[in-house]
Design a protein around this ligand. Structure first.
Ligand code: SAM
Length: 250
């Protein structure tokens, strides 16, 4: 099954360019997903192709008019649903939400600009609102691309054999263990000896312990969400203590 993603935006090239590059581009070529970008300026009827206007009630900034967005949806009944508006006041985007979206046949993303959309767009056609974090971007395009990339890489066949979305940060409600590659020494810093031992069962336990230590130290909220540490977690953390130097130099 191919996931259908529609994006409604004023900057179609910005979305298309990134979405056809690297992992997303290869997954598109393999028909894991397909992208349909709609410039809602094309649905304006005035000579200046106006998409925004001043806010009722006054105040700074411009607001996106409802009609071009509504008209785009009328002109393209094939646009996938749910229609998700990107907005800083939406529900927070997480790995769990990405998983939820990856189980759908398709969805559409509405990118705002300026002060955002006329609220009647939300009332009339929006099914869900998503925020990618507690900060304000100039537009929804980067947020849409964050959503698309994190969803697509969860789809079967999206990643090559040497990449995997199964065993990484958040996949089990934990942060990921640290990675190392060659050479064995970098500016006086070595690699944990166990990773060069060839004992795969021990390496797996060590990685699990580091993931747990790291999550306890950095994201206690994730441990809480999992219902605390199990006896097995505590045992493996005791077997392999926190990696020394597993922090930041700054
Ligand atoms: N006036 C809005 C407010 O205070 O909530 C901010 C509008 S922002 C400058 C313009 C557009 O960028 C928004 O309509 C939305 O589409 C997008 N945007 C900004 N920050 C975002 C975030 N954290 N998550 C998702 N979309 C965001």
């Amino acid at each position: 099954m191919t996931l259908r993603v529609d994006v409604l935006t004023l900057f179609p090239d910005a979305v298309t360019q990134y979405a056809t590059t690297s992992v997303l581009g290869r997954a598109m070529e393999r028909q894991v997903w397909e992208l349909h970008v709609h410039d809602f300026r094309d649905a304006t009827s005035d000579v200046h192709r106006t998409v925004d206007d001043t806010p009722f009630g006054g105040g700074a900034g411009m607001v996106l008019r409802a009609e071009p967005i509504l008209q785009t949806l009328d002109d393209h009944p094939e646009i996938a649903r749910p229609l998700i508006a990107l907005t800083p006041s939406g529900r927070r985007f997480t790995h769990a939400v990405a998983k939820e979206l990856s189980a759908l046949n398709g969805f559409a993303l509405l990118c705002g600009r300026y002060e955002g959309f006329d609220e009647r767009v939300v009332d009339l056609v929006v099914d869900d609102e998503i925020s990618i974090g507690d900060y304000v971007l100039a537009g929804g395009e980067l947020a849409a691309l964050c959503v698309i990339e994190s969803v697509v890489r969860l789809l079967p066949g999206a990643l090559g054999n040497d990449e995997s979305s199964v065993d990484e940060t958040f996949s089990e409600g934990l942060l990921e263990y640290p990675h190392y590659t060659k050479p064995a020494e970098v500016r006086g810093l070595g690699v944990p000896e166990i990773l060069r031992s060839g004992d795969h069962a021990r390496i797996e336990r060590w990685r699990r312990a580091q993931a747990l230590h790291r999550t306890v130290a950095r994201r206690a909220d994730l441990i809480e969400q999992r219902g605390g540490l199990s006896d097995i977690d505590i045992a493996v953390m005791a077997e392999f203590p926190l990696l020394e130097g597993n922090g930041h130099t700054g």
